[in-house]
Design a protein around this ligand. Structure first.
Ligand SMILES: Cc1cc2nc3c(=O)[nH]c(=O)nc-3n(C[C@H](O)[C@H](O)[C@H](O)COP(=O)(O)OP(=O)(O)OC[C@H]3O[C@@H](n4cnc5c(N)ncnc54)[C@H](O)[C@@H]3O)c2cc1C
Ligand code: SF4
Ligand code: SF4
Length: 1001
């Protein structure tokens, strides 16, 4: 086999590499800068351009790729979700992404309690499949929705419940892996090993024997040690043995190897029974130190988790209206003072009664320790779940700090013995303040692994501070006999600490293991063995040389253009952050690559990824592409290139990311900004213009007799539809909304402005383009419902038209036109908001534009007032009902109601009011369909090139759920959602206003 090539030579060979991969495999090969850039980072501070990216379709593709790379001396880097925090998945290599095709469950063996899986399967997907057997794979990492089993094994990941179940290494029974020569070896119990696996096992065993004394002296004894290779499998040093019966399992050599020894083909995992019951005791502390000191005693009660939430997190949650009530269920304020820390102590098992007793034992224990009356007992599953959710969300708020200073992960998982936890955390807190920073502490108190991230600015003095803090933290870890790398692996930021932890002899022994497995340094070089310096700025995502191109933005991004104070976390005034792109670049840089947008389970984010499983069509992929373009890393004028345009092609502007991304990356807004520049340069298509200007010409079509009829012919005469598709790109496979003459504005619906102003129950019902032109029944229904409860309803009209939010212009980046339209609306609506008259709307995307995009168009205080005064129909009625002003007389509901929330409703947490409103109907039991975007997304689903993918999005959950309930009433407030449901499931969905109207007595 050839020796690895120097980097320059390797680059020259990339072309040949790609050529061979394309001709000898069936996988997807990517060599363009944007694609490589999307695989250059993970959730760490590092970035290195890979040489190429390969997405294999078959196992044979991977074998071929390994062999081709070996032939050419190109390094190979296997990758899962890319959520590593230490730079494990960054490197100048052929990056191979297992997540798209290599993600199957191969065998579930219930008798022997194991499952065989491919490495690209995501933990949550595996556990969802195991649930029916009442089993689970219990290494419950916080990234369970996106982390893959291969990546988890690569990092020897650990979950919140590791005190009960152990780390990844304790739950892997076997691994079949490709070695550097492309041959497969089976790693399992040593006594059963054969061939190359046995040979390698025996070699490592001889090394272990040779270094036994050194291992015993240097190896940390804590369970949470994940650094280096597991040389101690022959003579376990951890407080938790590798195997229950003491047998040596050679697969454990590969766990935690970070892809640097072999490439996992399939993994055998040990399954655990799903606990039937859980109880929770929340212990409140008046001092952080006491909380830390108590953990060592609490674990003696054998909890399944002990998780810390510190004062900063408590305050963050308490100050957030969405979480306040939940966090307060866990708090005991002594003399009006908020606790300094809480520990969430969970017990789980088969029977409830013993678990309830455990909580009582906790109460007694705390009293014995001098902390009486400090435990909140939570027995009900729902209350527990809500609290866990808040803990998770608190972390998200912390991560969404704006400005260049970011909470940096590099010492966030040092593990120390529990008896030293209090002193260790106190010592580290002092270190932070010495370097002008501060840490927020959270997570796994049960195993002495607390997460903490000081805020550092890597573009300025962050690297120096990082090293200084790491060195002092290391000294503390050594003093307390802990492990420097206790959960997230070594990667780049901890690689150099392996030698510090184990000493030169053992480091050399680890190097020998690498050489025996991978003599030519093919697999993920520079990880674990010969790592670079953690503060090598050439490996940073934001090195001091990082520069953003100047850009005059169309929207106002100044609230992102700030800097922060690392101690108080206060941010400077909007616009003061020094971003040459007016804050747009800083908004894009909010993506920290945690990969949560790869989740599939609940919520909306990210529909285009859910149907394609392509990094390119993922929120993270889009943010990375934009970041690289805005910082000139994709070449001159990259913003106007096809590579960047492509990543937005399938973004349906659902705003799922705005709400669900932990750092609030709002790709829908970014798409508007991006399109405004791209289209200005390349021009708007006929289709763009037809769709954007629809609110303007809609009235003409309604006003001139015969025109509506003529336009509707397209829906009935197939050749016409075909011709329209050829001319405009609007799909012939779709029916278009039906034009009609009896638009809302041509009717007498509602009262005059004078009557409105004179009324004691005034409300402005804003008729948007879609409901006003095409589905007037919805507006009529809303008026009837409101009038039946005594409201005076006014519908604003203007000569030859109506007031429009500019949504259709925004969708194609015509920001100036949108501003004109919305300015006119604002002037008129200000007359009503000045008098505190509520503005309500039926079309979620239109009314919510007034709460969203309107605020980044520089319209000043009147826009703020309109945003505050605008509500959806159902939000208004629910708040009126709560105030005792809306008491409708409704008859009983005889049918099941299935509800599909519009993405923008979900994004603004505005689905709950629909349910609350429906529950006012006697006997109604609305059921929410757990759906992502319907796929229609305004005009997206009408576009010929998007028709198929649009239906795929709908087929993920929405359409099957509707088909399964043939007699149910289907509710969808969005016009395009209703259209998709009609096209895809042949069912008529109704706006909530119509359902309410149907039930008026
Ligand atoms: C917000 C956040 C929270 C986190 N919480 C936790 C937590 O609770 N517990 C925890 O342990 N970690 C946590 N992590 C770290 C990370 O999510 C986990 O380590 C996760 O298991 C990595 O999975 P992945 O699929 O993203 O792996 P990747 O990052 O893609 O890869 C991880 C390593 O595995 C190697 N690898 C991947 N596939 C293979 C293969 N087929 N063969 C050989 N090697 C392979 C890679 O080369 C790499 O070295 C967190 C990270 C973030 C951003
Ligand atoms: S877009 Fe948001 S969810 Fe996705 S990786 Fe970036 S920060 Fe995480
Ligand atoms: S707006 Fe929707 S489709 Fe676009 S990136 Fe965000 S979640 Fe994905």
């Amino acid at each position: 086999m050839n020796k690895p090539l120097a980097l320059k030579e390797v680059i020259a060979d990339t072309v040949f590499l790609a050529k061979r991969l394309r001709s000898e495999t069936s996988g997807e090969v990517m060599t363009d800068a944007a694609s490589r850039g999307r695989y250059a980072t993970d959730a760490s501070i590092y970035q290195t351009m890979p040489l190429a990216v390969f997405v294999p379709k078959t196992a044979q593709d991977i074998v071929s790729a390994i062999q081709i790379a070996a032939d050419l001396g190109v390094p190979v880097l296997p990758r899962g979700g890319g959520t590593s925090q230490c730079g494990q998945t960054t490197g100048p290599a052929l990056v191979i992404d297992n997540t798209k095709y290599f993600r199957n469950i191969l065998d579930v063996n219930l008798e022997q309690g194991y499952v065989d899986v491919q490495p690209g399967i995501v933990l949550d997907h595996l556990n969802a499949a195991l649930k029916k057997h009442q089993l689970w794979y219990p290494v419950d990492v916080s990234t369970a929705a996106q982390a893959t089993i291969g990546g988890m094994a690569g990092n020897n990941s650990c979950g919140s419940r590791s005190i009960a179940y152990g780390n990844m290494v304790h739950n892997v029974l076997g691994i079949d892996a490709w070695l550097a020569d492309g041959q497969v070896a089976s790693f399992g119990l040593m006594k059963e090993a054969q061939g190359k696996a046995l040979q390698l096992g025996q070699f490592v065993q001889s090394l272990a024997h040779l270094h036994q004394a050194e291992i015993e002296e240097k190896w940390p004894k804590v369970m949470r040690r994940v650094a280096g290779y597991n040389l101690d499998i022959f003579n376990n040093q951890s407080e938790r043995p590798y195997t229950q019966d003491g047998q040596v399992n050679l697969a454990h050599l590969l766990v935690g190897a970070e892809g640097s020894l072999a490439y996992y083909k399939q993994l055998r995992l040990k399954l655990s029974p799903l606990p039937k019951h859980k109880t929770l005791g929340v212990v409140n502390f008046t001092s952080f130190y006491e909380a830390m000191d108590s953990a060592q005693h609490i674990v003696k009660l054998l909890p399944s988790a002990v998780e810390l939430v510190d004062r900063t997190m408590i305050d963050l949650s308490r100050n957030n209206p969405a979480f306040k009530s939940v966090i307060e269920t866990a708090l005991i304020d002594v003399n009006g003072k908020t606790p300094e820390a809480i520990l969430l102590v969970e017990f789980s098992g088969e029977e409830l009664a013993p678990l309830e007793k455990k909580v009582k034992d906790l109460v007694s224990l705390m009293a014995d320790l001098g902390h009486p009356n400090c435990v909140v007992e939570m027995i009900h599953a729902e209350t527990q779940k809500n609290l866990w959710e808040v803990r998770k969300a608190g972390l998200n708020i912390m991560m969404s700090l704006k400005g260049d200073g970011k909470p940096v992960s590099f010492i966030e998982d040092c593990a120390v013995p529990l008896e030293s936890l209090a002193e260790y955390t106190q010592g580290l807190t002092e270190v932070f303040s010495k370097y002008g920073s501060r840490g927020t502490w959270y997570a796994h108190a049960s195993v002495g692994t607390l997460h903490v991230r000081p805020i550092l600015d890597m573009r300025r003095d962050g690297a120096q501070k990082m090293r200084a803090i790491a060195e002092e933290a290391a000294a503390l870890v050594k003093r307390y006999k802990g492990a420097f790398s206790g959960e997230h692996g070594d990667g780049i930021c901890r690689g150099e600490w392996i030698q510090w932890q184990f000493g030169p002899k053992l480091t050399e022994a680890l190097g020998e293991i690498k050489h025996a497995f991978d003599p030519n340094n093919l697999f993920n070089p520079g990880k674990i063995i010969h790592p670079p310096k953690m503060d090598d700025a050439s490996l940073f995502r934001f090195p001091p040389t990082y520069q953003v191109i100047p850009l005059k933005t169309s929207l106002d991004w100044s609230s992102w253009d700030v800097q922060n104070n690392p101690v108080t976390e206060e941010t400077t005034a909007p616009g003061s952050g020094g971003d040459p792109a007016g804050g747009f670049a800083k908004a894009v840089e909010m993506c920290n690559n945690n990969g949560h947008c790869r989740k599939f389970d609940a919520g909306t984010m990210c529909p285009s990824y859910r149907v394609t499983r392509d990094e390119k069509h993922l929120t993270r992929g889009r943010a990375n592409t934009l970041r690289l373009a805005l910082s000139n890393q994709l070449g001159q004028e990259a913003l106007f290139s096809d590579e960047v345009k492509e990543v937005f092609d399938l973004c349906v502007s659902c705003k799922g990311c705005k709400r669900e991304c932990p750092t609030g990356v709002d790709m829908a807004k970014m798409k508007i900004e991006y399109l405004s520049h791209y289209k200005k340069k390349h021009g708007w298509t006929l289709r763009d213009q037809l769709i954007a200007a629809l609110p303007r010409y809609a009235h003409t079509i309604a006003a001139i007799p015969g025109l509506a009829f003529l336009f509707n012919l397209r829906n009935h005469v197939a050749p016409l539809a075909y011709l329209v598709e050829k001319l405009t790109g609007i799909s012939a496979k779709r029916s278009l909304p039906t034009w009609r003459r009896d638009t809302v504005w041509r009717s007498q619906l509602g009262c005059s402005e004078e009557a409105l102003l004179a009324s004691s129950k005034p409300v402005v019902l804003w008729a948007d383009t879609f409901n006003g032109c095409f589905e007037t029944e919805n507006i009529q229904a809303a008026v009837r419902v409101l009038e039946a409860s005594g409201y005076s309803v006014h519908i604003p009209r203007k000569a030859n038209g109506h007031y429009c939010c500019g949504r259709t212009y925004l969708a194609s980046g015509m920001v100036d036109r949108a501003k004109e339209s919305i300015a006119e609306l604002l002037t008129t609506f200000t007359r009503f908001t000045d008098k505190n008259i509520p503005i309500i709307g039926l079309e979620p995307s239109c009314i919510l534009t007034l709460r969203d995009e309107l605020l980044v168009m520089n319209f000043g205080p009147s826009a703020q007032k309109l945003a505050a005064g605008s509500q959806t129909f159902e939000e208004f009625l629910v708040s009126e009902a709560q105030a005792g002003r809306f008491i409708p007389k409704l008859k009983s509901c005889e049918k099941q109601i299935l509800l599909h929330g519009h993405c923008h409703q979900k994004s603004f947490d505005a689905v709950k009011p629909i349910i609350a409103l429906l529950k006012m109907i006697p006997n109604a039991q609305p059921q929410l369909i757990e759906s992502s975007c319907c796929g229609m997304a305004g005009s997206f689903g009408y576009e010929s090139e998007h028709h198929a993918v649009s239906l795929q999005m709908a087929e993920l959950q929405l359409l099957p759920a509707i088909r399964q309930a043939p007699d149910a009433i289907v509710l969808a407030d969005g016009s395009s959602c209703r259209h998709q449901i009609k096209d895809g499931a042949k069912r008529e969905a109704l706006h909530v206003a119509r359902i309410l109207e149907m039930h008026l007595q």
